[in-house]
Design a protein around this ligand. Structure first.
Ligand code: NAD
Ligand code: LMR
Length: 341
């Protein structure tokens, strides 16, 4: 199978005005961590999404100002801000989608894994409230380290007997966005046309671009594929270094999360053949319980996992190298969760 791309509505913003053919456009999206570097631009992109009628913004700080600001934008979504832990459940109640960018970002010299101790409990507590308040919501998690915090989220939901693995997503769209951008600038193909699948996880060892299955057929030499692969694997660090201690990717991540959320919304609205990749609970790779692959999205989240597909030797080697790292990250997430309960 060739991966289908859903490009026309992938660009968050004005395109939504012209391409919204869905019968339903009254979805409620909640953003948890809405005042942060990602949360604010993401809130803006969601405010201009015509599929959303209600946008609730939650954070421990500054949310009322962000909500007041966004509420003046001339689009239908009603915006409401919630600040402080005692308002969390109210912000989430009846949400169709909960997007979570809450948590600490990296500084130069840190790995994503270094964020685990701080961010694990943030994700645990937020997801526990989603389980209690909006158990049918689709949950998209941005918080790092993705490889380990998605297992935490699933364990929390499992303990509360609310786990539906079709509804929990680690948002890895930024890796695809980067792969598309970098390959387009190298090959001369428009970035709006190109679609490079990226599978695995979200860390240098586990991000696996699959150039052999890029569409349209991308002609880059073997050497260039190696260079591009390295750049995509390390692109997060490229931004962390450039920001020199002030944070990690926020604007490109907000774009990627808005694209991903829009795909979830289109699936919920009943659109057919909506495909996005994400890091999810999965059995597509032997002996590993979470893996990012392209997914068909529908009314209940994941309708079908399209799996890893055919890989060339170079890509197979990347998967082989990724598996032990991924396994360790998943075990860290699952183990830490069992300590909390
Ligand atoms: P930031 O520090 O600018 O913002 C984080 C926000 O989360 C802050 O407003 C903070 O108040 C809020 N917050 C912290 N704990 C909270 C809690 N318990 N409840 C509600 N809100 C809480 O950070 P950022 O740059 O927006 O990055 C956020 C996270 O996203 C980081 O973990 C970062 O590593 C991750 N990230 C992931 C990707 C990806 O590809 N998945 C890309 C970029 C960043
Ligand atoms: C990214 O890929 O940009 C994010 O995971 C943030 C980071 O820490 O690199």
């Amino acid at each position: 199978t060739k991966f289908r791309t859903s490009k026309p509505t992938q660009i968050p913003g004005l395109c939504f005005r012209t391409f919204n053919t869905s019968p339903q456009n009254n979805f409620h999206v909640a953003v948890l961590g809405a005042s942060g570097g990602i949360g604010q631009p993401l809130g803006m992109l969601l405010k201009v999404n015509r599929l959303i009628s209600k946008l609730t913004l939650y954070d421990l700080q500054h949310t009322m100002g962000v909500a007041a600001d966004l509420s003046h934008i001339e689009t239908p979504a009603k915006v409401k801000g919630f600040v402080g832990k005692d308002k969390l459940c109210e912000a989430i109640e009846c949400a169709n989608i909960v997007v979570i960018p809450a948590g600490l970002p990296r500084k130069p010299g840190m790995t994503r894994d270094d964020l685990f101790n701080k961010n694990a409990s943030v994700v645990r507590d937020l997801v526990a409230c989603v389980a209690d308040t909006a158990p049918k919501a689709l949950i998209g998690i941005i918080t790092n380290p993705i490889n380990a915090v998605i297992p935490i989220a699933c364990e929390v939901l499992k303990k509360k007997c609310k786990l539906d693995p079709r509804r929990v997503f680690g948002i890895t769209t930024l890796d695809i966005v980067r792969a598309n951008t970098f390959v387009a600038s190298l090959s001369g193909v428009s970035p709006l046309e190109v679609n490079v699948p990226v599978i695995g996880g979200h860390s240098p060892e586990t991000i696996i671009p699959v150039f052999s299955r890029a569409t349209p057929g991308v002609k880059v030499s073997e050497d260039k594929v190696k260079t591009l692969t390295k750049r995509i694997k390390e692109a997060g660090t490229e931004v962390v270094k450039a920001k020199a201690g002030t944070g990690s990717a926020t604007l490109s991540m907000a774009y990627a999360a808005a694209r991903f959320t829009n795909s979830l919304l289109r699936g919920l609205a009943g659109e057919k053949n909506v495909v996005e990749s994400s890091y999810v609970q999965s059995d597509v790779v032997c002996d590993i319980s979470y893996f990012a692959t392209p997914l068909v999205l529908g009314k209940n989240g994941i309708e079908k996992n399209l799996g890893v597909g055919k890989l060339n030797k170079f890509e197979e080697d990347l998967v082989r190298k990724a598996l032990p790292v991924l396994k360790k990250n998943i075990a860290t997430g699952c183990k830490s969760e069992s300590r909390y309960w």
